[in-house]
Design a protein around this ligand. Structure first.
Ligand code: PGA
Length: 255
């Protein structure tokens, strides 16, 4: 596999943090720190921050994403946001299937597939999250689980559309816990995912797909994680809320 064939992407996932005013301040602070990045820089922000984030990032190399979207275009789905709405605003990326959505908001592999398909149809790039719980790792079913999540999520997605999918391997036990997967664990599962993508499509799609690691990636451990051949970037939660820390991770991915 050839790392040079794919784009390194460092994406922030702000989760339910930052008001629009705070979003403007944070992006204003980040812009000069990441301007020389040799990787893609994406910030996925709460829906209400999107407008402010787009304005604050204008003319810079920071692209804006959302943290979820619904699978219908419009209709009686109180509280939901459709991919058409995101697209019209100028959003480029959307996270789908984050473990917090699966854990707290009853997302299933099937709804993840529906949301992913709907987002791709609107031309959004999808950051699809997969990853095992601690019990599942201890039971030795990480590989089966991650392969199943990947296959169901990509069900019915054409080879052409798969080029707009980024996969983030996020072991649930490492998210927000300060407990990072070792770089070998991250590499092992990112490689399993890449092989799975090759089985679904072909080697070209697999080699071209950006596969990120996420879960307590920070300014200190990013270098080591990103040095692995199948780890093409990161999905960053906590550390994306601090301009300096986030920029250090972006620099690590730019080497
Ligand atoms: P974390 O979150 O970096 O705070 O562990 C990562 C994520 O949930 O995407």
């Amino acid at each position: 596999m050839n790392k040079a064939k794919r784009a390194a992407i460092i994406a922030g996932n702000w989760k339910m943090n930052k008001t629009p005013k705070e979003a403007t301040e944070l992006i204003t602070a980040m812009k000069p720190l990441v301007k020389d990045a040799d990787c893609k820089v994406v910030l996925c922000v709460p829906f209400v921050d999107i407008d402010a984030a787009l304005k604050a990032s204008e003319g810079s190399n920071i692209e804006i994403g959302a943290e979820n979207c619904h699978f219908e275009t419009s209709g009686a789905f109180t509280g939901e946001i459709s991919p058409v709405m995101l697209k019209e605003m100028g959003v480029k990326y959307v996270i789908i299937g984050h473990s917090e959505r699966r854990q707290y908001f009853a997302e299933t592999d099937v709804t993840v597939n529906k949301r992913l398909t709907a987002a791709l149809k609107e031309g959004l790039k999808v950051i699809l999250c997969v990853g095992e719980l601690l019990e599942q790792r201890e039971q030795g079913i990480t590989e089966e689980l991650v392969r199943m999540q990947t296959k169901i999520a990509l069900g019915g997605v054409s080879k052409e559309d798969a080029k707009n999918v980024i996969i983030a391997y996020e072991p649930v036990w490492a998210i927000g816990t300060g407990k990072t997967a070792t770089s070998d664990q991250a590499q092992e599962v990112c490689k399993i995912i890449r092989n799975c993508v090759a089985e679904i499509y072909d080697n070209d799609v697999a080699e071209g797909m950006t596969i990120q690691y996420g879960g307590s990636m920070n300014a200190k451990n990013a270098d080591e994680l990103l040095s692995k051949v199948d780890v093409d970037g990161g999905l960053i939660g906590g550390a994306s809320l601090k301009a300096e820390d986030f920029s250090i991770i972006v620099k690590a991915a730019s080497k």
